[in-house]
Design a protein around this ligand. Structure first.
Ligand SMILES: Cc1ncc(COP(=O)(O)O)c(C=O)c1O
Length: 388
């Protein structure tokens, strides 16, 4: 069998299991409405929680930034690609999150790959929530390849984590968790995780991809939501392509930890710095997030409207208080069928299937935005009721 035939066979297996993924080409900018194949759909499929992806001021900052700083950075940060807009953005993020220092990355995936494997090598142990995002899982695998011991604890199970920490002889320990779980929308118990980190002298690595911009005073994120101050034992990762509406990510922490990542984080060092215009756009986005209480109020009103209106549906909404509202369908084909039926009614709601979520928990991931109107939420609820 040729190499190509082998791949073909595997692709056929994926198709037979009903797990083939397809991309849809949008011919409109990311926003409340999406145009696909000439049809206009209500978009419940993006992570644009504050509706900033299409914000005219941020787009203008991007264009002005490109006018002033050109298209590309030209090199990695440590060679010559670290330009004034990157440096300014780092300072602004550190001030906004309350940490001593921050580093920016081109994507959240790269940011996560920089943290865990850099802090955890031989002699270290990593303790990771079972429902962590794929990028944290890959980071954990890299730490394992570096010689770290890795353990996963059942989702948000503090007692199990405590037992694992107590039993570990490792000299250096890292607890790694999503702050808002990306497919369930629930929150990690950050205050209790921080207490455990303090008790066992561990680092606490927090991925706030879905909390940053959305939760806490001024959208400062999940730590602010819990009233937790920036602690030197926390490394906070936030993505900038979701609520912030642009792209990229940051890691914030103590000055020493950030300097260590800068010196040793391979996915920081060995990649070209993002275009400086992206940093210009993000500086504007941060200002809008900080002054965005109205946007967050609109988002949370939409979330409440959806949850209040969903009683009586045959499918269960998971108990999420965030912009991610998962509707559990169970069966893969049924989830895809429901997503397709909504699509036919002009509503874009993605079905999420294994391996992204555990087998038997295929779901619709309803992603709510400040850009949605009350009528949009009612249209979604009406279509779900009709299909029930
Ligand atoms: C929890 C979480 N962490 C990290 C990422 C990766 O971020 P990025 O898309 O910027 O690579 C995502 C989503 O993409 C995510 O949901």
């Amino acid at each position: 069998m040729s190499l190509d035939d082998r791949l073909h066979e595997e692709l056929a297996e994926i198709a037979n299991a009903g797990l083939t993924r397809r991309r849809r080409v949008q011919t409109s900018p990311c926003g409340r409405l999406a145009v696909v194949d000439g049809r206009e759909l209500l978009n419940f499929a993006s992570n644009d929680y504050l509706g900033l992806a299409g914000d005219a001021e941020i787009a203008a900052a991007l264009a002005d930034g490109a006018g002033q700083w050109g298209a590309g950075s030209g090199a990695s940060h440590l060679v010559s690609g670290h330009l004034a807009p990157h440096a300014a953005l780092e300072t602004e993020i550190a001030a906004f999150t309350g940490f001593s220092r921050a580093l920016t990355f081109s994507t959240g995936y790269l940011a996560n790959l920089a943290v865990t494997p850099t802090l955890a090598g031989r002699g270290a142990a990593v303790f990771a929530d079972k429902l962590n995002h794929a990028s944290l899982i890959d980071a954990m695998q890299l730490a394992k390849a570096n010689g770290a011991e890795v353990q996963r604890y059942p989702h948000n199970d503090l007692a199990a984590l405590e037992r694992q920490l107590a039993a570990s002889p490792a000299a250096s320990k890292l607890i790694v968790t999503d702050a808002v779980f990306s497919m369930d929308g629930d929150l990690a118990p950050l205050p209790q995780l921080l207490q455990l980190a303090e008790r066992f002298d561990a680092w606490l690595v927090i991925d706030d991809a879905h909390g940053f911009g959305v939760l806490g005073a001024q959208g400062r994120g999940s730590l602010a939501h819990f009233g937790l101050p920036a602690s030197p034992r926390i490394l906070l990762m936030g993505t900038l392509g979701k609520a912030a509406g642009v792209g990229g990510a940051f890691v914030a922490g103590s000055a020493t930890a950030i300097e260590y990542l800068l010196q040793k984080g391979r996915s920081y060092i060995f990649t070209t710095a993002a275009p400086p215009a992206i940093a210009c756009a993000l500086s504007r986005s941060l200002q809008i997030i900080a002054g965005g209480d109205g946007l967050r109020a609109a988002l949370f009103a939409n979330i409440a409207r959806l949850r209040d209106g969903s009683s009586g549906l045959p499918w269960r909404l998971l108990p999420s208080a965030t912009a991610i509202q998962p509707l559990i369908v169970g069966d893969n084909a049924a989830a895809v069928g429901l997503s397709t039926a909504l699509w036919e009614r002009g509503l874009w709601v993605p079905a999420i299937r294994p391996p992204t979520v555990p087998a038997g928990t295929a779901r619709l991931r309803l992603s709510i935005s400040a850009a949605h109107t009350a009528d949009d939420i009612d249209r979604l609820l009406a279509a779900l009721k009709e299909l029930a």
